[in-house]
Write a protein that binds this ligand. Structure first.
Ligand SMILES: NC(=O)C1=CN([C@@H]2O[C@H](COP(=O)(O)OP(=O)(O)OC[C@H]3O[C@@H](n4cnc5c(N)ncnc54)[C@H](OP(=O)(O)O)[C@@H]3O)[C@@H](O)[C@H]2O)C=CC1
Ligand SMILES: Nc1nc(=O)c2c([nH]1)NC[C@@H]1CN(c3ccc(C(=O)N[C@@H](CCC(=O)O)C(=O)O)cc3)C=[N+]21
Length: 275
């Protein structure tokens, strides 16, 4: 069996077309949409994402600035910058890249992002509202996973969903989004005992770990829908997912890396800026 490929590029293109229309209207009003990305890391996956946002923003007519504080930035320095951008009337969206410098936790600084400009759902208030079922910006990656399932007519209701990874950027918010879709949700992490036994129960398996090819055929049951969020830089300058390509021989459907979750994430982030 070869898994059906759950591509994200067409969906991403459709989202970007809608964004471009709305961005043009804003520009015609003389107040172009503007996103500022704050980064404080040398992480390569983050650099990939920042380049991909900047290029998609340019193509869709959103002004995008990157505010690089460097990997030695402090929590106070990062929070001050987020607060200043939150108070800047020319800025529609503020996003803070992870990872952060050693010793700085996302929750220590993300409260400084105005929830109204929190386009990547980082403020604990945004995550809390999501958990409570109130309107909030979901982190673009978590939203992208659900959008990809919808795009390919894959039903979450009643399904056993297993998420590997519990970060505030992917695993935790995604658990809430899938619960809202009536999935039965299990979240795994580095302390999970016998990971393969848990992941083998999944109808829908989401890998958001950041370890190349961690999920092997031994982790999945035949026919499972696998969403690979991982974007791990390879020595030759490419990107590898968290899912071993051999899983395609067992799974019923699988997202490619690149070309799966990534482009949809970028498109939804820009959509949040216009929203
Ligand atoms: N395609 C896209 O749009 C996006 C891709 N990414 C990519 O997704 C990956 C994950 O990102 P992010 O959530 O930010 O990463 P984090 O490093 O913040 O979180 C990783 C999670 O994986 C868990 N984990 C680590 N090792 C294992 C293991 N051996 N078995 C089970 N669980 C493990 C950690 O557990 P613990 O909590 O116990 O430490 C943690 O919960 C990265 O490759 C990142 O680049 C991220 C966002 C968007
Ligand atoms: N606060 C925060 N939110 C994030 O969502 C976040 C983050 N920090 N830190 C870094 C990781 C990594 N990440 C990627 C998203 C898209 C691609 C992407 O679009 N990849 C393309 C390939 C790249 C390209 O072709 O430009 C693809 O998969 O097809 C990659 C990586 C988001 N992250």
């Amino acid at each position: 069996m070869t898994a059906r490929e759950l591509a994200g590029k067409e969906l991403a293109a459709r989202i970007r077309a809608d964004v471009a229309q709305r961005a043009a209207a804003r520009r015609a009003e003389g107040r172009p949409a503007r996103l500022v990305i704050v980064t404080a890391t040398d992480d390569e996956a983050s650099a990939w994402y920042v380049r991909s946002i900047a290029s998609a923003a340019a193509k869709t007519g959103i002004d995008c600035d990157v505010d690089d504080l460097g990997p030695a930035a402090t929590a106070a320095g990062i929070a001050d910058r987020l607060m200043a951008l939150s108070g800047d009337a020319s800025v529609d969206g503020v996003m803070l890249q992870t990872p952060l410098p050693p010793g700085v936790a996302l929750a220590d600084v993300s409260g400084a992002i105005d929830p109204a400009k929190d386009v990547d759902g980082a403020n604990p208030l945004s995550l809390g509202r999501l958990a409570a079922g109130l309107p909030a910006y979901a982190p673009a990656t978590a939203a992208a996973v659900v959008a990809l399932l919808d795009e390919h007519d894959l039903e979450a209701a009643g399904a056993r969903a297993v998420i590997v990874g519990r970060s505030a950027v992917v695993g935790k918010p995604l658990a809430h989004l899938l619960l809202d879709r009536d999935a039965t949700v299990t979240v795994c992490h580095s302390r999970t005992r016998d990971l393969a036994a848990v992941t083998s129960t999944a109808d829908v398996l989401v890998a958001a770990v950041g370890r190349t090819h961690l999920i092997t055929p031994a982790h999945v049951r035949p026919g499972v829908v696998v969403v690979d969020v991982g974007t791990n830089p390879t020595p030759d300058g490419g990107l590898a997912g968290d899912v071993d390509p051999a899983v395609a021989g067992v799974a019923g459907a699988l997202t490619p890396v690149p070309g799966g979750v990534g482009p949809v994430t970028t498109a939804l982030l820009l959509q949040h800026v216009l929203d």
